[in-house]
Design a binder for this molecule. Structure first.
Ligand code: CA
Length: 243
């Protein structure tokens, strides 16, 4: 397992690298945000939020938007708003300095276990009402007919499919699909969703707008999808819609 340690403090970095290597991890260190963002892919990132060149929260968002790599935020600030900020930025876990090596190693193991499970889950096929999204092969089938989507269109659909029926906020879709900030991207997102719906034909109605929030993929009658809510009939499933 390769760990990217982003830490500007030499003393802290040396101690951590020693502990991690003794436990069999391959460790690469980045001393600042620029190094971290230029580093090769890792299996997990230990990210100090107090970096000299950029806010660690931004770095966290950027890393996650690019690859979905698990991130454990490390910080000296222990107060509640910063914890919440760290977790909201996309970090999988959060440790506050000073912490013991044993605690950190336990958290790393837990986050890596979760990440492996999640990846196995992501390889799965999401099938709902005649729409099949193969997240591993990046293919889409509607009523047995293969549909060709542009890259961004597929990524939007895959993101919604992975959310398992939960609504995904507009800004998160933009960050993850376009890897940029949300500002000025609102219309671009809507245009892509409109094209996506058009290409999906009958199944396009499964991509639902959640007003003032984002989008979700309706899992209406999905086999084994217990999360389906019986509510709002308006955008339900089109039994044999002839639009
Ligand atoms: Ca620091």
């Amino acid at each position: 397992m390769r760990i990217l340690l982003v830490e500007d403090d030499n003393r802290v970095a040396d101690a951590l690298m020693g502990a991690l290597r003794r436990h069999g991890y391959e460790v690469r260190r980045a001393e600042n945000a620029a190094d971290a963002l230029a580093a090769p892919a890792a299996d997990l990132v230990l990210l100090d939020l107090g970096l000299p060149d950029r806010d660690g929260i931004e770095v966290c968002r950027e890393l996650r938007a690019r690859s979905g790599v698990p991130v454990i935020a490390v910080t000296a600030r222990g107060d509640e708003p910063d914890r919440v900020r760290g977790l909201r930025s996309g970090a999988d876990d959060y440790v506050v300095k000073p912490f013991g090596a044993a605690e950190l190693l336990a958290r790393i193991e837990a986050v890596l276990r979760r990440s492996v499970r999640q990846r196995a889950h992501e390889d799965r096929l999401v099938a709902v009402d005649g729409l099949e999204v193969d997240l591993g092969r990046r293919t889409v089938v509607v009523d047995g007919r293969s549909v060709t989507l542009a890259r961004k269109e597929f990524e939007i659909l895959a993101l919604l499919a992975r959310a398992g029926g939960a609504a995904v906020p507009r800004d998160r879709i933009v960050v993850e699909v376009w890897q940029t900030t949300y500002d000025g991207m609102s219309r671009t997102l809507d245009v892509h969703v409109a094209t996506l719906r058009g290409k999906l034909g009958r199944a396009g109605a499964l991509v639902q707008t959640v007003r003032g929030y984002g989008y979700r993929l309706s899992l209406g009658t999905a086999a084994g999808g217990p999360g389906a809510d019986g509510g709002g009939a308006e955008a339900g499933r089109p039994a044999a819609a002839g639009e």
